[in-house]
Structure formats: structure tokens, C-alpha cells
Design a protein around this ligand. Structure first.
Ligand SMILES: [Zn+2]
Length: 152
């Protein structure tokens, strides 16, 4: 499972609405915790590296963006724990392209944006053998509850 605050969800929805009808994407920065799941601390929006003709259905993460995100996370003693992107006029379900480019352990959050409005946010984690994605539970926490759950 992955913890996100309402604020994080709103940020992902707003990014997808802003770039509509093109996809948006960004890194999820936080902690891995074996017992409590993944904790999102902040989001790092990324440029879409695909050219305009392909942007409506594909987002490419450039190696330099991954490096930048890893450096950004390390400086804060955090990890890159996943990637979010939007599916314009399409369900919040990973595509074959998403599966082909997925990394193990990372959480993939997808926001479905229909006619410019975010309608659904779902999280996915790839099966270790790369055969498929499994849906991951999103725990939406208020800031207070969220801090408490991780400070015990
Ligand atoms: Zn996708």
C-alpha cells in the first residue's frame, strides 16, 4: 500500500488536468517501509520527453530525469518510490507500454483525465516476473493522521 495526503492526490489531478490532452508525469519521492507500506513525502513533476505527436499516449522518463530525481531524493535522505502519470480520456489502468517500461517495487500512480477533468486515481505495482500489474491500495490521509501513523 502507498500513503498519500489529499494534497498529493490534488497535485497529481491538477497536473493531469493542466497538460490535457497530453500526458503528464512525475516522480514520487518518499520512504519504503516493509510494515507500513510506502510513504509519499513529495512529488517531483517531470517534463514529457516524447514529441508532441506521441504525447497523448506515451510518456518517456529520460535517464537524466531519473538521475535528477534520485539526487533530489538522496539530498533529503529519501528514495524515489514510484512514478505517476495521466491517461487522457482513458482508464486509470496501466497499458502494455507501461508494463514494458516498469521498474520492480516502484508504485505507478495513474490519474484518468476525461475531457480535461481528473476522474479517477489508482495505484499499481508490477508483479516480480514482469507479467502484470497488481493494484495497490492508496491510503488517503490527512496530514495529522499521516504523521502519527509513521511516528509510532
Ligand atoms: Zn500509462
Amino acid at each position: 500500500m502507498i500513503y498519500l495526503t489529499e494534497e498529493h492526490i490534488k497535485q497529481i489531478e491538477a497536473h493531469g488536468e493542466r497538460t490535457f490532452p497530453f500526458e503528464c508525469g512525475g516522480m514520487i519521492i518518499g520512504h519504503f517501509d516493509a510494515e507500513k507500506g510506502k510513504r509519499t513525502i513529495e512529488l517531483l513533476p517531470m517534463e514529457n520527453a516524447m514529441d508532441a505527436a506521441e504525447q497523448h499516449n506515451r510518456v518517456l522518463i529520460l535517464p537524466k530525469d531519473v538521475l535528477r530525481a534520485e539526487r533530489f531524493a538522496r539530498e533529503k535522505k529519501l528514495d524515489v518510490i514510484g512514478y505517476y502519470h495521466s491517461h487522457p480520456d482513458c482508464e486509470a489502468v496501466p497499458s502494455q507500454f507501461d508494463l514494458d517500461h516498469a521498474l520492480p517495487v516502484w508504485t505507478y500512480i495513474i490519474v484518468s483525465v476525461e475531457a480535461g477533468k481528473a476522474v479517477d486515481v489508482r495505484a499499481w505495482e508490477m508483479e516480480n516476473d514482469r507479467s502484470k500489474f497488481n493494484e495497490e491500495e492508496i491510503l488517503r490521509e490527512t496530514k495529522e493522521l499521516f504523521t502519527d501513523a509513521f511516528s509510532r
